[in-house]
Design a protein around this ligand. Structure first.
Ligand code: PLP
Length: 431
């Protein structure tokens, strides 16, 4: 069926006049896959409806947080009720305590948590804390991992930087990134060498325990354990950026799934149930270095916002129910098997990386285990695949270097529709 995009195109023309690139976050522009964005009118469950009335099965889920689906009735009701009691106080409220108790009960390495307003704030603040705690300046990150857009982390980042081919960013002074060491993901030898050379300078290693911003790249066996060992040996803090993996890969995130505990954990969008939230937390003796108990300063007018706490609590309560992670695993495995079959039937070389309910189809047929191998994917083929899927009512990430996310609202009907669409789309890729 021919889809009309008249109203979305009109909105995009207006948006371009008043928003840089017509968007509030770069990847949304659709540039790397050769489309202009559609504008969402509403969303429910696993489906989005655009302004022109087209409906799509959504595998982006607001870039990860909507594990329970769009407009989940319990989340909506929690927000509605909270809103009737006021939208922001700037004074402590009960929901903040309940949320913090819930988060520390779920994340194995956390005794205390500080709520912030985005993943960027969470990682930026965790790094400040690691530097303040250790009294050291340097940080190690990994090529192709994305930790938000704070200055010191905009080095060889994934996500939008990778999608748009931006290596770093003007506006970030060299002196600031001179303390950032970016190494190949899954390369423990490189980390060992860096520690040998400058171990007494390194405050922390920050890593996505499963990389989700260069597509999906799982940690090689022993990689996370090796990081833990090296940080312990050299007195550096290990930070897991679980903005994507937290509450997605297990109730306690990747650290629970892989059995490696970091010193600090960064959390994001998922704990807001779709509202703007982030958090960082860890052991009490580290967290007590944050003001007002300690002297590492970090603050936020809207931090612990009651609407966000209400939505987040509702979300975490849903995710705490028995069988949730088994369901996610089973549905994502079903999708993966269907996509693999479709690729084989079409004769298109595709590498499917999947961990739990996050995954990615790379168009190269070779193993993808780091930034360099992710870059070998044929992004033109991904662009065709994206557009053909969109034309068939399936919305994937508008970039090769992002994940597809399966949620509780993706029922068998939606998954079968997706697999059928992929079969046809991959035939077009082949030709
Ligand atoms: N860390 C990771 C792993 C992310 O994927 C993202 C965003 O996608 C961030 C940090 C930044 O989060 P935010 O966009 O909420 O600032």
């Amino acid at each position: 069926m021919e889809r009309k995009h008249t109203l979305s195109q009109e909105l995009f023309r207006r948006a371009e006049q008043v928003l840089p690139g017509g968007v509030n976050s770069p990847v949304r522009s659709g540039r790397s896959v050769g489309v202009t964005p559609f504008f969402v009118k509403s969303a429910a469950g696993c489906r989005l409806e655009d302004e022109d009335g087209n409906v799509y099965i959504d595998y982006v889920g607001s870039w990860g947080p909507l594990i329970a689906g769009h407009a989940h009735p319990e989340v909506v009701e929690a927000v509605r009720q909270a809103a009737t009691r006021g939208t922001s106080y700037g004074i402590p409220c009960r929901l903040e305590v309940e949320m913090a108790e819930k988060v520390v009960s779920m994340v194995p390495s956390m005794d205390m948590v500080r709520m912030v307003n985005s993943g960027t704030e969470a990682t930026m603040s965790a790094i400040r804390l690691a530097r303040g705690y250790t009294g050291r300046p340097k940080l190690i990150k990994f090529d192709g991992c994305y930790h938000g857009h704070s200055d010191c982390l905009l080095v060889k980042g994934g996500s939008g930087l990778l999608t748009l081919g931006i290596p770093g960013s003007p506006g970030v002074p060299d002196e600031i990134v001179s303390h950032t060491v970016s190494l190949p993901y899954n390369d423990l030898d490189a980390v060992e060498t860096a520690f040998r050379k400058m171990g007494d300078q390194i405050a922390c290693v920050i890593v996505e325990p499963v990389a989700g911003n260069m597509g999906t790249v799982p940690p090689a066996p022993g990689f996370l354990e090796g990081l833990r060992r090296l940080c312990d040996t050299h007195g550096a803090l290990l930070i897991f950026d679980e903005v994507i993996t937290g509450f997605r890969l297990a109730p306690g995130g990747a650290q629970q799934r892989f059995g490696v505990l970091p010193d600090l954990t960064c959390l994001g969008k998922i704990i807001g149930g779709g509202l703007p939230v982030g958090a960082y937390g860890g052991r009490r003796k580290i967290m007590e270095h944050i003001a007002p108990t300690g002297n590492v300063y970090q603050a936020g007018t809207l931090s612990g916002n009651p609407l966000a706490m209400a939505a987040g609590l509702a979300m975490l309560n849903i995710l705490s129910r028995p069988g949730v992670y088994e369901t996610l695993e089973e549905r994502a495995a079903y999708l993966e098997a269907g996509l693999a079959r479709a690729a084989e039937e079409a004769g298109v070389p595709v590498t499917l990386n999947r961990v739990g309910s996050m995954g990615c189809a790379f168009f190269n047929g070779e193993p993808v285990r780091d930034f360099q191998s992710a870059l070998q994917s044929n992004t033109e083929a991904y662009g065709i695949y994206f557009r053909e899927m969109l034309a068939r009512g399936v919305y994937l990430a508008p970039s090769q270097f992002e994940c597809f996310f399966v949620g509780l609202a993706h029922d068998r009907e939606a998954l079968d529709e997706t697999i059928a669409a992929a079969g046809e789309a991959l035939q077009v890729v082949k030709n």
